[in-house]
Design a protein around this ligand. Structure first.
Ligand SMILES: [Zn+2]
Ligand SMILES: [Zn+2]
Length: 216
């Protein structure tokens, strides 16, 4: 299951998995940096329309933006599936719950639990600081947090600062914090250090990067 599908996602994915083998995609919201490669993925699978082992790809998204939701479906290739953020969504081995975030457009954070093991990945989607993440992300094995901002920009309308990501990970007793949605400019080791300082020494803090492997 692919979570969001921004620019370069498809090229990166191919290093790990043939995109034809994807079972599902789930989207936090419809900003371009989260869906830019969705059409590319649809076209890729469209190249193999007769292959019996390439079923319709379910793409899960919220239904509060009808225009974008409609684009999730492409005849013979993919089908949009609206998730109800008030309900638990079951996708294959996962049980997924949602929380609306602080963002200029409707966006949902996801708490993804692997039912067989109880392991939890909590992904913030895009969000400004929201205290309810303490409960939503509680005891996550991995807290994958939008950390677009260095300290000094707290309570932003769209993204966390490094310190906010670290503080939420600590308050929620997460095992590991992975910083994603990283800024294009600035010293990322400083970003990581700011998050680590707020999270405390008990939490492993990593920067999202290609081929990052984390055991949980
Ligand atoms: Zn966004
Ligand atoms: Zn974004």
């Amino acid at each position: 299951m692919l979570i969001d599908c921004g620019s370069e996602a498809l090229n990166s994915l191919q290093h790990h998995l043939d995109p034809l083998q994807l079972d599902a995609v789930i989207l936090s919201h419809y900003h371009h940096d989260h869906i830019a490669d969705l059409g590319v993925l649809q076209y890729y699978r469209q190249l193999f329309p007769t292959a019996e082992d390439v079923p319709l790809l379910p793409i899960y998204g919220h239904t509060e933006d009808a225009e974008h939701f409609a684009q999730l479906s492409l005849a013979g290739v993919s089908v949009g599936k609206g998730y109800d953020p008030q309900e638990t969504l079951e996708v294959g081995p996962f049980a997924i719950t949602f929380m609306k975030t602080i963002h200029p457009v409707v966006c949902y954070a996801m708490r993804i639990e692997e039912k067989a093991t109880g392991k939890v990945l909590c992904f913030t989607g895009d969000s400004g600081y929201l205290a309810s993440f303490v409960e939503f992300a509680k005891n996550s094995d991995i807290f994958l947090a939008d950390t677009y901002l260095f300290n000094g920009h707290e309570r932003h309308h769209a993204h966390f600062t490094a310190g906010e990501a670290g503080a939420l990970a600590k308050a929620a007793h997460c095992q590991k914090l992975v910083l994603t949605h990283l800024p294009q400019v600035g010293d990322l080791t400083q970003l990581q250090a700011q998050a680590q300082a707020a999270a405390g020494p008990a939490i492993l803090v990593a920067l999202a990067q290609k081929n990052l492997k984390i055991n949980i």
